[in-house]
Design a protein around this ligand. Structure first.
Ligand code: G4P
Length: 528
């Protein structure tokens, strides 16, 4: 297979959902279809369990295990599928945001009873910013839930989608009989006991085929008839072009747990989802088919063995072939790095690869040189943008408990921040360090890891901050900016890359500040 064909056969995507909608179950069923795992349960055991919310040791352990499941690659009908795992736990939402920089499309899983939930809205917002094509899978049809049309409405209203149903449910919960597949024009009948098998589909000519009545009964058939008529009238026909432009979102209905509707989703996915796309860099647009290798780090995973500080950095290949034992340019440090044992990931194992293609992810060993967002090339000074930091939700001062270990503490904090565990802000006024996180859980994780991996002890002090805002000014000589810096000095800090951040203690203060200094801009994220 030549280079262009290798690129064309790759689909790199993520599954996103509000926790509990069925992301893990769906991932697992996709792997079963791909023959990548032999039995259900393999992925599940790697998931960060809800019950572990206060047990950070357990979470760390599971994060360790999940290295293997960070990327789940398999081949299905000649297509190389790379599923990038996104943590469902909301305290790791930032991990998910970053992973979304490395996908070419996503599948959004929605619970039929709960509809569109908070986390889904946030994640879809990020997808929209990045123009990532989306397919929706409405899950748990075997349970009572919302009406199909109400759900489609909700997708349109809450997520601003232009939906195009490609299947529609027949009944629901106790009365669930199956789905009518508008994509393939067939009926799929639901048999609950067939959890591991692919559901039978029945080919019909048209929706008024007498077979429909025979199979699902007269009442259900006439209801379905009406519903399909409404769908044809109200919703647009499927357009692959619109889907790829993010102007249309195809919707499937099914039950991941019962293995129902999953194959249809996968078959449609491989035929419509995009292969690796162009990526904008600081210098120019990079095309996957270019000869020279470029890529960027979207995730860094700590080694679980405290004696070895080696970490695993995940590189998404944007263009060219990535080759083992070849020196590549690490743009930020202006140094060359050679990787002797790059890993590729498959569902249950990782293995050393000699070459990888655009769309693929390779894991390389890092002894503390890399950080999230770093770009690699064959010499060109390109930087891939799009991995911003978002304002954290929780803030605490971090104090050193052992003066003899201040170096270790500083190094530990530095490296954990490079991994993206949390964000560090250093107050302008007195140099005190503040840690900002998405969830409260990370504070425990940081404390534990600083002690066990770096031998440094720390304590926290509560701090009342509403939001961290990155400050933009047209010029450092702007009078308003100079005055703002003087008056708000107590609340100003630098982030890890030296950008100025305003730590507003309430939404009121923030509003007042915005009004007082109209020429300054306050952003909730570090890239603007
Ligand atoms: P997540 O990764 O999005 O957080 O969700 P996950 O797949 O773990 O699914 C959450 C719960 O919903 C699980 O039950 C799972 O078995 C169930 N589930 C997933 N798909 C379906 C479906 O199609 N129908 C029904 N009825 N349930 C579904 P749990 O009790 O929390 O976990 P477990 O004990 O089953 O592992």
């Amino acid at each position: 297979m030549n280079f262009t064909e290798e690129i064309a056969r790759r689909r790199t995507f993520g599954i996103i959902s509000h926790p509990d909608a069925g992301k893990t179950t769906l991932t697992e069923k996709l792997l079963l279809f791909g023959g990548a795992i032999q039995e259900a349960g393999a992925v599940k055991s790697h998931k960060i369990k809800k019950s572990a919310t206060s047990d950070f040791m357990e979470i760390e352990k599971q994060r360790g295990i999940s290295v293997a499941t960070s990327v789940l690659a398999f081949n299905y009908q000649g297509i190389k599928i790379n599923i990038l795992d996104t943590p469902g736990h909301k305290d790791f939402a930032e991990d998910t945001f970053r992973t979304l920089t490395a996908v070419d499309s996503v599948i959004v899983v929605v619970d039929v009873a709960k509809g569109v939930e908070e986390q889904t809205e946030k994640l879809v917002e990020v997808c929209r910013m990045r123009e990532i094509p989306i397919i929706v899978f409405i899950n748990k049809l075997d349970r009572e839930g919302k009406d199909g049309f109400d759900l489609l409405d909700e997708l349109e209203k809450k997520l601003n989608f232009k939906v195009c149903p490609l299947s529609f449910p027949i009944g629901m919960g106790y009365d669930f009989q199956g789905v009518y597949n508008l994509w393939e024009q067939n009926l799929m009948l639901f048999e609950e006991e067939n959890k591991q098998k692919i559901a039978n589909s029945v080919k019909i000519n048209k929706i008024d085929d007498p077979l429909v009545k025979k199979l699902i009964g007269e009442n259900a058939a006439s209801k379905l008839d009406e519903e399909i008529e409404i769908i044809n009238e109200v919703y647009p026909n499927f357009s692959k072009e619109d889907y790829l432009k993010c102007e249309q979102q195809p919707v499937f209905f099914g039950s991941a747990l019962n293995n129902f509707g999953v194959k249809e989703l996968l078959d449609c996915f491989i035929s419509i989802a995009p292969s690796p796309k162009n990526k904008i860099s600081s210098e120019r647009v990079i095309e996957p088919g270019e000869n020279k290798f470029t890529g960027f780090i979207f995730k860094i995973h700590a080694n679980m063995d405290p004696k070895h500080r080696d970490r695993l950095a995940f590189i998404k290949i944007v263009s060219g072939k990535f080759k083992r034992n070849t020196a590549y340019h690490h743009v930020r440090s202006n140094k060359k790095f050679k990787f002797s044992s790059p890993n590729a990931f498959f569902a249950e194992k990782k293995e050393i690869v000699n070459e990888s293609f655009p769309g693929d992810i390779v894991g390389v060993h890092d002894s503390g040189n890399f950080k999230i967002g770093d770009s690699f090339s064959e010499g060109e000074e390109i930087i891939f943008k799009g991995i911003p930091s978002f304002s954290p939700e929780h803030f605490r001062y971090i104090n050193n408990l052992d003066p003899m270990k201040s170096k270790q503490l500083a190094k530990g904090i530095d490296q954990l921040m490079d991994e993206g565990v949390a964000q560090l802000f250093v107050l302008e006024m007195n140099g005190r360090k503040i840690i900002g996180t998405v969830g409260a859980l990370q504070f425990e994780v940081i404390q534990y890891r600083l002690e066990h991996e770096y031998g440094a002890k720390c304590s926290y002090e509560n701090l009342n901050i509403f939001k961290a805002c990155w400050v933009e000014t047209d010029s450092n000589k702007n009078i308003e900016f100079i005055e703002f810096k003087k008056i708000k000095n107590k609340f100003l800090a630098k982030d890890k890359s030296g950008q100025l951040v305003f730590l507003a203690d309430s939404s009121f203060t923030l509003e007042m500040t915005k009004q007082k200094y109209p020429s300054l801009k306050f952003h909730y994220k570090s890239e603007f």
